[in-house]
Design a protein around this ligand. Structure first.
Ligand code: AMP
Length: 140
């Protein structure tokens, strides 16, 4: 596979501060923010700050840092959203459902008996995303 990293992808623009996001966490190597079309309240994306298209090209140090942040967000979501479970999703290349070509992990709180919304179906209200980001930040 010869696909390359596009430095103008939307998550690269979020990292550069060129477009806004509802940030919940960042450290030297990773950044986490609310998914704009959440499949459940609290749906968070965790990304490396360094360039990586997906799992196939990411540097192993960046991947390890991202997974550590994924765990931190997962634990925060259990606390902040009283989640019964946490779903982690990550897609690589169009055949696997990847739409944005900067590596990202979906961290989604699940509650018994509550169905997920379909992927990328409905843009959430900014106030709701802001308040969910605040709630999660307070639990980290
Ligand atoms: P996928 O590449 O299939 O994992 O899907 C990309 C995900 O990024 C979807 O869940 C979108 O809702 C989400 N998304 C796209 N643009 C933005 C954005 N500007 N801010 C936050 N999430 C986004």
């Amino acid at each position: 596979m010869t696909e390359t990293y596009d430095p103008e992808n939307i998550f690269a623009k979020i990292l550069k501060g060129e477009i806004p996001s509802n940030k919940v966490y960042e450290d030297d190597l990773t950044f986490a923010f609310m998914d704009i079309m959440p499949r459940a309240d609290g749906h968070t994306l965790v990304i490396p700050k360094n360039q990586a298209r997906n799992i196939l090209d990411v540097d192993s140090v960046d991947l390890a840092a991202v997974m550590t942040s994924v765990q931190k967000i997962a634990r925060g979501l259990v606390q902040a959203f009283d989640a019964d479970g946490i779903l982690i999703q990550q897609f690589n290349e169009p055949a696997a459902g990847q739409i944005v070509y900067h590596l990202h992990f979906h961290v989604i709180p699940r509650h018994e008996g509550v169905k997920l919304k379909p992927p990328a179906s409905e843009m959430a209200d900014q106030e709701i995303l802001q308040s969910n980001a605040y709630r999660l930040r307070a639990a980290l």
